[in-house]
Design a protein around this ligand. Structure first.
Ligand code: ZN
Length: 155
């Protein structure tokens, strides 16, 4: 799904690091960075009025905010029937897992990620992780998860 969005809606904004603000403008989904108490992001949706917007917790680290933003965009595309969606980090619903996988592919597109990974695989592992985190503007943890999900270790 994230792949299709990259291909279709997203042609202008898909140079890495992925410009999420550009994507949000393209799809017409407003975002606000606010203090949220216990959630990373909240996708507000009112089916009657058609009003939708995304709130992102501005108390989190910037790369975390970016991931939350991508996660919220995942809910926007993958779960159109969800009325309001938010994630609290620990207890994740299956919709949250889907949104996480979406966010991963959105921020670290498979083809680009693999080509960077392979191109710089001469680096010691931790340096490579740091480097990829900078290239894709994500956390080191997100890079490591992506490496595992793409089965790149040892490959
Ligand atoms: Zn969620």
């Amino acid at each position: 799904m994230a792949r299709r969005i990259h291909r279709r809606i997203y042609d202008d904004c898909r140079i890495v690091p992925i410009d999420l603000e550009c994507l949000l403008r393209a799809i017409g989904l407003p975002v606000e960075y606010v203090k949220l108490r216990s959630v990373d992001e909240y996708l507000y949706r009112n089916p009657e009025s058609g009003v939708q917007f995304l709130l992102v917790n501005n108390r989190k680290r910037r790369v975390r905010q970016r991931f939350s933003l991508a996660h919220g965009i995942g809910h926007y595309f993958l779960h159109p029937d969800m009325r309001g969606a938010f994630s609290v980090g620990i207890e994740k619903s299956s919709a949250d897992w889907e949104a996480d996988r979406f966010a991963e592919e959105l921020l670290m597109p498979e083809e680009k990620f693999k080509s960077f990974y392979q191109g710089f695989s001469f680096m010691p592992y931790l340096e490579l992780v740091n480097y990829l985190a900078l290239v894709f503007d994500v956390s080191r943890q997100a890079v490591q998860v992506r490496i595992r999900h793409l089965n790149l270790i040892g490959g």
